[in-house]
Write a protein that binds this ligand. Structure first.
Ligand code: UD1
Length: 356
């Protein structure tokens, strides 16, 4: 079992992945600045993983460090301390970053700084400590307005906003780095489609800051009565019911995808692996609303309004490479997503703000 550094491990995808990795037996150091996450998520992860405590009362296998990926001193300390303890960091799973598309258009400098410069700082620290195994959170946003659907990894990279540009730049940096030092770097760029849902226990889930930009948390908040109604962005798209189609992936499937990617990197020679993580199935906005109503037993009132800038009609992954390279495919359906998402939302109507 390995000692891993998880950046952004308190966030939505990070926390679910931490749980899967702990259950696998790995030891984790989580670096998070809690700018869009809560340490409470990791306390709950620790409880779900039933971590034991050492004789001096310290929790085993999960250490939390508050800090930024762009803080080289902090990173040096992390790597050095792990080394001194005789458990050097063997791999990094890098979730930390900013991810709101609209915000990235308004604040490109902040996005480039955190997502690209921050990642550069992390990579430099890894390199200087000879830790060259990395799983990177990339995004289907790289494909922009896709020309084909389902979308294979070979589709053109054509992001349409600063968030997407910063993710594409990191992928390029990772290729350049791997090429500069052949046979050293083991890298997986995982291009997520639309991660949604929650752990079936309902104790960890997505907790967006303020008004959600994304469909799934908005629908959940309407169902639980935190918001009045959903605006459906466009009813005139060239799709079966006129609303946009996306590839929603259960966050536990996604978390398991990280576990499989890490196993593959450890087992195979140095490489840069680039994989879509999606289900290969599409659901329209109205189908999501319907499935959520069914799972929650609540009404989700909505009105159809104009299209949102930057949306594509249909985005669906071709997940064949992930199956071929990792033996991974999604196991959970849209109904599972809605049931688990509702378990989380109904037990935590205000997210991690509802302590207890
Ligand atoms: C968005 C991001 C993408 C990011 C992904 C993470 C944009 C343009 N893209 O993808 O970069 O990787 O989240 O999950 O923001 N919708 C409504 N009403 C709402 C919210 C959304 O009708 O209140 C519709 C959207 O128009 C879209 C679908 O729901 O058709 C999904 O939207 P969203 O959850 O924001 O995901 P994406 O836009 O696919």
């Amino acid at each position: 079992m390995a000692q891993l550094l998880i950046t952004g491990g308190a966030g939505f995808i990070g926390s679910h992945t931490c749980l899967v990795l702990l259950q696998e037996g790995h030891s984790l150091i989580v670096l998070d600045n809690y700018s869009n996450s809560s340490p409470v998520a990791l306390e709950r992860v620790a409880a779900l993983a039933e971590l034991s405590f050492s004789a001096n009362g310290e929790r085993e296998r999960l250490e939390l460090v508050q800090g930024n990926i762009g803080d080289r001193e902090c990173l040096e300390q992390l790597f050095n301390t792990a080394c001194k303890r005789g458990k050097p960091i063997e791999a990094v799973i890098h979730f930390a970053g900013l991810k709101a598309v609209g915000e990235s258009v308004r604040e490109p400098l902040r996005y480039w700084n955190v997502n690209l410069t921050g990642t550069g700082c992390l990579l430099a620290a890894m390199d200087s400590h000879s830790c060259r195994t990395l799983v990177f959170s990339s995004s289907a946003t790289l494909y922009g307005y896709p020309d084909t659907t389902p979308i294979p990894e070979t589709a053109p990279i054509q992001p349409i906003n600063p968030y997407g540009h910063s993710k594409a730049a990191v992928e390029q940096l990772l290729h350049d780095l791997a090429a500069s030092d052949p046979n050293q770097w083991r890298i997986a760029c995982l291009r997520y489609f639309n991660p949604v849902g929650a752990h079936p226990s309902g104790t960890i889930g997505e907790d967006p800051l303020g008004r959600p930009n994304n469909l799934f948390p908005f629908v959940s908040q309407v169902a639980v009565g935190r918001r009045e109604s959903l605006q459906v962005f466009g009813g005139d798209w060239p799709t079966r019911d006129g609303t946009c189609i996306r590839d929603y992936i259960h966050v536990m499937d996604l978390a398991e995808g990280h576990r499989s990617a890490l196993e593959c990197l450890f087992a195979e020679p140095a490489q840069v692996l680039t994989l879509n993580l999606g289900s290969g199935q599409g659901a329209s906005v109205l189908e999501v609303v319907q499935a959520f109503e069914q799972a929650s037993g609540r009404k989700v009132p909505y009105e159809v309004v104009g299209r949102r800038d930057g949306d594509a009609a249909i985005t669906i992954a071709d997940p064949a490479s992930a199956l071929h390279r990792l033996g991974w495919r999604t196991q959970r359906t849209l109904d599972d997503i809605c049931l688990d998402g509702w378990a989380w939302q109904s037990a935590n109507p205000s997210g991690y703000g509802d302590l207890g």
